[in-house]
Write a protein that binds this ligand. Structure first.
Ligand SMILES: Cc1ncc(COP(=O)(O)O)c(C=O)c1O
Length: 376
């Protein structure tokens, strides 16, 4: 048996051999950003930064750190006020704040579905939904992406309390879940629908409340997971649902109990980001205009996966091909990223393009023509 370092090195060598070695690089600030999740430009907004700093320095009670888990010394009055504000924004009965979307999904799926229950999750669900399912004692089965026929077959055989997990906007391809039909199916089979709104929070819905709210489905969805590190430009996450769900998570969700609570600065940032969006509602329309422009220009020219969100994907199978293509785009001044297998299935590798309010018409036009030239 090789020693541990050798075993790890061998696994890394395997990654290199399959062209899927991952490395961390400094964000390329000199390139045109078609890659970050800062869809509305809030992460780079100097005005929002000024608002956050002002609110933070003016708040007499704010502390640098939260000092403990929520159940010990970590619940400040600022955190409680932020949770209250989020409950109103998402028009939900109750909710709970987390440090990240990863933690929130892990918390929900590892604790809420019980031993004799069943989780049915879309196969393209984010890793943190899948990791939460892995930690759960419930039975769990994937269904083909957005395939309601297969979901219905699985629903008809499912036992115990049934949970259906989906994303309102899928993180890799930017396509929507058929939320209205999922709600109908959930009702028909007495299942609980859980929607990850990571990529719709901010970009959709009144005040950035997401697609569940925009479609008027809040009351019909069991829980929604909102993250603030993407469209909202800051950090953290919130699970919305019933008061009982909130109490249950507080009592049983280990990723909630055994970690340091979000700091006052994080809470103030979240609150200020939503207030900023409320005052700058046209940002959502600005984003939609960029998406429409990209789609008009790319139509018939690029092998796009159907999506009406700020995430657009171009299928170019093969890790090495997709890496070469993104390197070539990089050399020409564009930050677009390859999505490699095993993150997606082999032969379904793609270039992921994120559109932002700050991408100019000229930049989007140049992006499409450069991509088209590369692929022709
Ligand atoms: C669909 C989805 N859910 C959850 C997360 C995790 O959120 P966070 O980055 O806040 O941990 C992500 C992040 O990439 C995501 O894309």
């Amino acid at each position: 048996m090789p020693d541990n370092e050798t075993r790890l090195s061998n696994l890394l060598d395997k990654r290199s051999a399959s062209n899927s070695y991952r490395s961390i690089n400094l964000a390329a600030s000199q390139l045109i950003d078609f890659s970050s999740n800062d869809y509305l430009g809030l992460a780079r907004s100097e005005s929002l930064k000024a608002n956050i700093l002002k609110a933070y320095t003016e708040s007499a009670s704010s502390k640098n750190g939260s000092t403990g888990s929520r159940l010990l010394t970590g619940t400040s009055s600022i955190l409680e006020a932020t949770e209250h504000e989020l409950t109103q924004i998402f028009e939900t009965k109750a909710g709970l704040l987390f440090s990240s979307g990863y933690m929130a999904n892990l918390a929900f799926f590892s604790s809420v579905p019980q031993k004799d229950d069943t989780i049915l999750y879309d196969e393209l669900s984010h890793a943190c939904i899948k990791d939460g399912c892995r930690l759960s004692l419930a039975r769990k089965f994937p269904f083909r992406h957005n395939d309601l026929n297969q979901l219905e077959q699985k629903l008809s055989k499912a036992e115990g309390n049934i949970y259906i997990a989906c994303e309102s906007v899928y993180s890799m391809d930017g396509d929507f879940a058929p939320l209205e039909r999922l709600v109908e199916l959930a009702q028909q089979y007495g299942a609980k629908l859980v929607v990850d709104e990571a990529h719709s929070t901010g970009s959709f819905g009144k005040g950035g409340a997401g697609l569940v709210n925009a479609l008027g489905l809040r009351e019909k969805v069991y829980a929604a997971i909102h993250t603030f590190g993407k469209g909202m430009g800051v950090h953290g996450a919130f699970i919305s649902g019933s008061k009982t769900l909130r109490e249950f998570l507080i009592n049983f969700a280990r990723p909630f109990i055994y970690t340091t609570a979000p700091s006052d600065f994080e809470c103030i940032s979240i609150s200020q980001a939503f207030r900023f969006l409320e005052k700058n509602q046209s940002l959502q329309q600005d984003l939609q205009a960029r998406i429409a422009l990209f789609q008009t220009l790319a139509h018939g020219k690029l092998p796009l996966i159907q999506s009406s969100s700020s995430i657009q994907a171009i299928l170019v199978p093969g890790n090495s091909k997709i890496k070469q293509m993104s390197q070539s785009m990089y050399d020409q001044g564009f930050d677009v990223r390859p999505i490699l297998s095993p993150t997606v299935k082999a032969s379904e590798e793609r270039i992921r393009i994120c559109l932002h309010t700050y991408n100019s018409q000229e930049e989007i036009t140049k992006l499409v023509s450069t991509l088209t030239t590369y692929l022709s």
